[in-house]
Design a protein. Sequence first.
Length: 322
Amino acid sequence: MKPSHFSRRHFLAGMPTLAFAANKSPLQARIAITLDLEMSRNFPRWEDTGWDYEKGNLNAETKRYAVEAASRVKERGGRVHCFVVGRALEQEDVQWLKDLHAQGHRIGNHTYDHVNVLARKPEDTQFRFLRSPWLVKGRNAEQVICENIQLCSEAMKTRLGFEPDGFRTPGGFRDGLVDREDIQAMLQKLGFRWVSSKYPRHLAGQPGKPASEAIFDSIVKAQSEAQPFKYSGGLVEIPMSPISDIGAFRAGRWPLDNFLQAIHRAVTWAIERGAVFDLLCHPSVMYPSDPDFRTIDLICDLVQQAGERARLVTLDELATEL
Ligand SMILES: [Zn+2]
């Protein structure tokens, strides 16, 4: 290895020497931008809670935001990875999703109704089934979950003409699916090679209070827990990297600047270490919270400024590394 490969900046950032020895060059950070395509309670107005029963009834603003975000990332040479709830495919117009796919953006499965895959009882899988239990009558939780994942894949194949590119669980779990080998096996049986289900724990603070230094530190610290890995059964996990838009704008009720600062620090951490950062955001949350796409632009700027030390990736690309 030539000394010139060993930049002072990497050295100061504490890059492990072993990484250089193994790869003969500094690791390149991989930065992913993912959009979960669903409606979200409390957005655009705090009192909006009806979306719990119709997560897939995407409004025009949400679709516009997703399309514009994807186009901004593509202008910088990247692609976004979307995860769609199958029920959105009941909408009159799905051409925008076909267009996103045709432009190289990825679209994965996010279940049909946004069900909790860790639920043990059918009525705990989704609010919709609590109000309309006849929809899942006679099925146990495992059957409801399996069917809901299959329905989303089927809707994509039928209405869009292509298969889902990966699976993201509704909700993130601090340990991913480590304790649920049954769900890992179910996903593999349904044809998925990778899943995005882990959202590591970090400090959250008080809702409505600006983020403190301790919270930013905790978010940066959680990045090492958000690196891709393989479960013992072979399924690949690509975690979501804190903090998500939901964590910032719903749980924290943060101003946009706090979210931008947290993302800036987390992405910088990944770039300095040649690690992975996987932004989780929802166009339904972002259009009222960040109408000018500052988060997307910030991430693209940081990747561009890093030159050879970082690139934009999709989650299927990350999965092939493992
Ligand atoms: Zn979701």
